[in-house]
Design a binder for this molecule. Structure first.
Ligand code: PEP
Ligand code: CO
Length: 449
């Protein structure tokens, strides 16, 4: 692509999921204000993440990305944020054990407020209104006023992202997780699993490793290592993203300074479209979600546009096919990337291809389908001499009932107990931790073979 790029060049391209604001003057005022506010993250943090993702591509690190499908403004609370951070930290320790390498933690957090929708309208009892598009754009209540896009919400979203990130930074600096307390792991659910012994063994092994490390260093772990934590969101709402796109002193290029990592969704990855145009010009490490509808040719074209220099760490391909389709969809894509000589980090999102709707109309996902897709993903990459370097989950640190299965064998009937998501069903605390245990034990078993 030879045409010049600028933070606004996407505006000349066809766009999916665009938002129509009723008051263009109010929109302009908000975007102007947003573009003047200080950034959330810095270019050196972004560059450090890119280096770490480059190492993950080489098999020296492993990426764990996770968080809400859609963050709610109402969940911008201390407890929810702490719980989300804690579950990601615990999963990452388990994955360090399983993969034998350092884990990069990236939250879908502090800005994951805009959602692509399959249908742009929703009908209830004969009334049709615009769909809820995420808190950055409109409100979830079902009235004309709440569903009308409101540009002020971008300012509210930016502020909440800043509040969330500010708290995260404080927590990770202060060593908020005390590995030394047995309560740290909160393993009550383990009793319900057939693999209880194995999970306990993993926790014990992690404990011994930490003690060993601390003995050698003569200091506590939280004094030796600062927990690194990065933030990410889907770069969907381009007017908002454009307002966050800045140049910084002594570096070339443009950075989106509202997140360390951004990704393009499966619905907006048209190589000729506005989202790809915007993403090709930013310097951040980026991801693309790829689902069953992408062809090998289109994927190669996309990779060439988004990473023309074949820069290591720049591009993560996040595949999400569903357990029943990964066997047919993934191999041709891996082979096409190998033939093209492209370097990408492969990451598996075992959530978005496994969504089903229950008889009562609830969206859910089964724990076994999620695990099944992940296992196949590891196997397929291995068989084709490729490397799966990361996993991507929708999860929460709360005790919600949105996905079925797991140690407590949640059924569809149990979903009503605490079904809270505005969008897609998330693994709850126990299911998320168990998922990490299962990945770790399978990877361990393999490497011991
Ligand atoms: C998501 O990550 O919440 C999402 C909408 O995913 P995808 O673009 O893969 O459908
Ligand atoms: Co989702």
């Amino acid at each position: 692509m030879g045409s010049p790029w600028s933070p606004s060049s996407w505006q000349t391209k066809p766009i999916e999921q665009a938002v129509q604001y009723p008051d263009p003057v109010a929109l302009e005022r908000v975007l102007q204000e947003l573009s003047q506010l200080p950034p959330l993250v810095t270019s050196w943090e972004i560059e450090r993440l890119k280096t770490e993702l480059a190492e993950a591509t080489m098999g020296k690190r492993f990426l764990l990305q996770g968080g809400d499908c859609s963050e709610s403004f109402e969940d911008c609370r201390a407890e929810t944020i702490v719980n989300k951070l804690k579950i990601l930290l615990k999963m990452s320790l388990v994955l360090v054990y399983g993969t034998g390498c350092n884990v990069i933690r990236v939250g879908r957090i502090a800005g994951q407020y805009a959602k692509p929708r399959t249908s742009l309208t929703e009908t209830r009892n004969g009334l049709t209104l615009p769909s809820f598009r995420g808190w950055l754009i409109n409100r979830p209540g079902f009235s004309q006023q709440e569903r009308t896009p409101d540009p002020e919400l971008m300012l509210r979203g930016y502020e909440r992202a800043a509040l969330t990130l500010n708290f995260i930074r404080g927590l990770v600096e202060g060593g908020f997780a005390d590995f030394h307390h047995p309560e740290f792991w909160d393993l009550a659910f383990v009793e319900h699993s057939a693999y209880a012994e194995e999970y306990r063994r993993i926790v014990q092994a992690i404990g011994s490793s930490i003690r060993f490390l601390e003995t050698i260093a003569g200091r506590r772990l939280d004094e030796i290592t600062r927990v690194e934590f990065y933030i990410s969101h889907e770069g969907l709402h381009l007017p908002y993203e454009q307002a966050q796109t800045r140049q910084v002193p002594r570096r070339t290029g443009w950075y989106n300074l509202s997140a360390h990592f951004l990704w393009i969704g499966d619905r907006t990855r048209n190589p000729q479209g506005a989202h790809v145009e915007y993403f090709r010009g930013i310097a951040n490490p980026i991801g693309v979600k790829i689902g069953p509808s992408i062809s090998p040719e289109e994927l190669v074209e996309l990779v060439r546009i988004l990473n023309p220099q074949n820069e290591l760490g720049r591009l993560t391909l996040i595949h999400r096919f569903g357990v029943s389709r990964i066997d047919t969809c993934l191999p041709p894509l891996i082979e096409a990337i190998q033939r093209a000589g492209a370097v990408v980090l492969w990451c598996c999102d075992p959530m978005h291809g496994n969504t089903v709707t229950t008889a009562t109309g609830r969206k859910t996902r089964s724990f076994d389908d999620i695990l099944g897709e992940l296992e196949r993903a590891f196997d397929i990459h291995r068989r084709l001499c490729s490397h799966l370097g990361g996993v991507h989950f929708e999860l929460t640190g709360e005790n919600v009932t949105e996905c079925t299965g797991g140690a407590r064998r949640l059924t569809e009937q149990d979903l009503d107990q605490n079904y809270r998501t505005d969008m897609d069903p998330r693994l709850n605390y126990e299911q998320a931790l168990e998922m990490a245990f299962l990945i770790a034990s399978r990877l361990q078993r393999r490497s011991n073979r």
